[in-house]
Design a protein around this ligand. Sequence first.
Ligand SMILES: [Zn+2]
Length: 567
Amino acid sequence: MRYSQFLIPTLREDPAEAEVVSHKLMLRSGMIRKLAAGIYSTLPLGERVIQKTAQVVREEMNRAGAMEVTLPFVQPAELWHESGRWNVYGKELLRLKDRHNREFCLGPTHEEVITDLVRGVVSSYKQLPVNLYQIHVKFRDEIRPRFGVMRAREFIMKDAYSFDVNEKGAEVSYKRMYEAYSRIFERLGLKFRPVEADSGPIGGNFSHEFMVLAETGEDMIVTCSECDYAANTEKAEIKKPEKVDGSKENLLEMNRVETPNMRTIEEVTGFLKTEAKKLIKTLVFSSSDGPLVALVRGDHEINEVKLKNLLACNELELAEENLIEELTKAPRGFAGPVGLKDVKIVADYGLIGGTNMLTGGNEKDVHIINVNFDRDFTVKEFADIRLAEKGDACPRCGKSLSITRGIEVGHIFKLGTKYSKAMNAVYLDEEGKSIEMVMGCYGIGVGRTVAAAIEQSHDKDGIIFPAAIAPFTVIVVPVNTSDKAQMHIAEKIYQEFRDKGVDAIIDDRDERAGIKFNDADMVGIPFRVTVGKFAVRENSVDVKIRKTGEVRKFAVNDVVSAVIECI
Ligand SMILES: [Zn+2]
């Protein structure tokens, strides 16, 4: 490829619209351009990166036995009625009508379509298992699309769906996808962690997210320093404490104290000269099963996902002011468990053994000190309902957990028979009995993976792509294009790269060398071969390695094989 003929509209300045670094750099390097909110065109350079990423995904999916298909982007509403999701999916589902007034939607995901396809073409246990995937466009009408392709409305995704005869088979399919995903992100040259993820009360126990590690990631991941345990903070388990601190304190007399206008933990503990961990934080929730009170230590954070799973309720949210007042007879900020009636109280494990605690008095401007479990109030149960934190004990090995940031790029989970039941996707077993297929589904955000790769690896000069997905592996830069001898050597090296199957581009533009170097750095090409006056005079060229900034000298005749060795 010749730079002069290739469309790479780089920008010198950071675009104002971009909030995150991957978005900025994708715009600046000319990979994408915005068409509308959350909708982007991919330009030739971006397309090369997307295609290389997609190709690795495709190869590993094929190797794992999955078969590529293309499913329609426009989906009839009937299928979504069958699965029961038409009315519950919400506004992310972009619905439309055709000229006959029939209802359709733009596919945000393809469980319905694939289940419909498979029930139509698979009827016997002999045809199972099957795993079908596509690499295709999705549309989700995000309320606030942002971060460029990271949270776009229209995006490219690889989605796969497995169908098995039973649970055991589904587990084999799941494991195979887990391994394929690990190979994919390995091959893409990314630092990543598969983490245990929450899959909700109906999702079964198997769910993993694949996280690309990046300081700028919006997801928090809990990882163990000792073993390979990793989970997202929603899921990370905290074990019931075996030993309990503070249980040897004598129980003091409970007392009501005035705390005028002090609603926050900092205000109350500062005023009463105590620590946040001596406070019982009382949170009132409204749920589909009625009101609920959750207690966590003042220095801990509630984990609503765990609470929701514990209660196995469909809806759960922090209560509005009026419910708090109705239940506690006090405004927000003064709730406490003492004297609360007719409401279920759940307490976090962190409060086990808590002695002489501080909590709200269920009266405006009043807190209570020296509150004790069982003596002053009782809870229905103690459970794991808080967010894991740095320093918590690993649920596997007990060593200390740390928190890392990451970007979710893949998600695999077991669907069970949710769709096959709703949509009657059955097969006949050996005895001719009709049985529901057991499904799994497996996604990778392809554009998101590219953005995550950039978030993970960049510097002030631009993107640092791993060689596997870089738009070009090598750029050959003749310093002075009007010097015929230089150009001759540059062309020769470029041709040799091409002959050896290396994805190379020659920057044959009549531009200052500085501009060409900046552009090569910006678009993240891993190797830059600079052909300057020493190429002519001393038969030597420089190779700059983008990742480390290191520059090495090679003889003109050796440079191609030397670079190939480094790739
Ligand atoms: Zn561990």
